[in-house]
Design a protein around this ligand. Structure first.
Ligand code: FAD
Length: 308
C-alpha cells in the first residue's frame, strides 16, 4: 500500500501545499505517489518527480482538467483508491472540494485541516477556531485528509520518481466550468508570503492607499479582517483567519485589528506579530510580540516615510 497526494498546481508549477503534503506523508514510511491532473501535465509532473521522497508521479491528462472540478478529479481518485492506504492534499480550496467527496464516495471519515500526525492514523486538528486541539484516531481502511500547509515544512528537491500515465475517466455531465474571476496582483501570495500586513475595518476607504505603499516596500502580501471585507473595503480573497486564509509569515503586521479569536486562528503561527492599535486594551496586544499604541492614520504614513 502507498500514499497518494493530490497535486495542486497552476498548469506550470506546483503549489507549495503539495510539497508540504509530501512532508506530512513521510510519517507512514510508505511509498509516496503524487497525482497530477491537468490538460498538459508534463511540466508539473516533472517537478513533482524531483521532490525528495516521492516514488511515483501519476499523470492524468484531459481537456476538462484545464479547470479541475471536484466531480472529475474525485473520479480519478476513486479509480485509484483501492491501491492506497492514505489519500491526502493541502488544506486548499481544491482539496477542500475534492477530498470530502472522495471520502463520502469511499464511505470513510474526512479528516480536515490536520496540523500534526502523531502516528499513522492519529491526527491533531484545531476545533472551535483553533482554541482547542483535538487528537483523533481513524480506524478507516482508507484515510482521507487535508493537511494545513503552515504546519509542515516544504519538501525539497532531490528525488527522481518514475512518471506514469493513466487514462482519464470521461468528463462528468452534471457540472461544468463557466468562468473564474481572479484579482491579479504583483504581491506575493498571501498563504506563502514571508511578510504580511493586514488591516481591519477601521482603515475604511483608505485601506489600499495606506497599506499598499508599505506592502510594496516590504515585499509583503496584504490581508484583511472579515469585518473589513464585509464592509467592502477589501476583497474577499485576502481575508485572513478561521474562514479566510491561514498564514504563518516571518512577520505579520496587524493594523487597526481588534484581535478576535477568529482572526487569531489564522495568524498565530506567525513568527513575529506586530500590532498597531489606538486602544491599549485591544486583545491583539495579547498575541503581539511588538505593540504600538497609536492612531493608525498617523502611524502608517510615518512608517511609510521611515521605510524610504
Ligand atoms: P473591529 O473588531 O471593529 O476592530 C477594530 C479595531 O481597530 C479596534 O481594536 C480599534 O481599537 C481599532 N482602531 C479603530 N480606529 C483606529 C485607529 N484610528 N487607529 C488604530 N486603531 C484603531 N474575522 C477575521 O478577521 N477572519 C475570519 O476568518 C473570521 N471568521 C469568522 C467566522 C465566524 C463564524 C465569525 C462569527 C466571525 C468571524 N470573523 C472573522 C469576525 C471576527 O469575529 C471579528 O468580528 C473581526 O475579526 C473584527 O475585525 P476588525 O478587527 O477589523 O474590526
Amino acid at each position: 500500500m502507498s500514499i497518494l497526494i493530490l497535486a495542486e498546481h497552476d498548469g506550470k508549477q506546483l503549489k507549495q501545499s503539495t510539497r508540504q503534503a509530501v512532508t506530512a506523508a513521510a510519517v507512514w514510511q510508505l511509498p509516496i505517489h503524487i497525482l497530477v491532473a491537468a490538460e498538459h501535465a508534463d511540466v508539473v509532473a516533472k517537478e513533482a518527480a524531483s521532490i525528495s521522497n516521492v516514488a511515483r508521479v501519476i499523470k492524468v491528462e484531459a481537456a476538462h482538467f484545464s479547470h479541475p472540478l471536484a466531480e472529475d478529479v474525485s473520479a480519478v481518485l476513486i479509480k485509484l483508491a483501492p491501491e492506497y492506504k492514505v489519500i491526502l492534499g493541502g488544506h486548499t480550496a481544491l482539496s477542500k472540494s475534492v477530498l470530502p467527496r472522495v471520502a463520502a464516495l469511499l464511505d470513510v471519515a474526512m479528516l480536515s485541516d490536520v496540523i500534526q500526525i502523531t502516528a499513522p492514523a492519529t491526527y491533531v486538528r484545531p476545533i472551535y477556531a483553533g482554541n482547542i486541539f483535538a487528537t483523533v484516531e481513524s480506524s478507516d481502511s482508507t484515510q482521507v485528509l487535508t493537511v494545513r500547509g503552515t504546519s509542515f515544512e516544504v519538501a525539497a528537491d532531490g528525488g527522481n520518481a518514475e512518471i506514469i500515465r493513466i487514462e482519464a475517466p470521461a468528463a462528468n455531465t452534471t457540472t461544468r466550468w463557466i468562468k473564474e474571476e481572479k484579482n491579479v496582483s504583483d504581491r506575493p501570495e498571501l498563504a506563502s508570503a514571508h511578510v504580511v500586513i493586514s488591516g481591519g475595518r477601521s482603515l475604511g476607504e483608505q485601506f489600499n492607499s495606506l497599506l499598499d505603499p508599505i506592502a510594496h516596500k516590504l515585499n509583503a502580501a496584504v490581508g484583511a479582517t472579515r469585518a473589513c471585507v464585509d464592509a467592502g473595503f477589501a476583497p474577499n480573497d485576502i481575508q485572513v483567519g478561521q474562514t479566510g486564509t491561514v498564514v504563518a509569515p516571518e512577520l505579520y503586521i496587524a493594523v487597526g485589528i481588534s484581535g478576535a479569536m477568529q482572526h487569531i486562528a489564522g495568524i498565530k503561527d506567525s513568527k513575529v506579530i506586530v500590532a498597531i492599535n489606538h486602544d491599549p486594551d485591544a486583545p491583539i496586544f495579547k498575541y503581539a510580540d511588538y505593540g504600538l499604541v497609536a492612531d493608525l492614520f498617523k502611524a502608517l504614513p510615518e512608517l511609510n516615510a521611515a521605510l524610504n
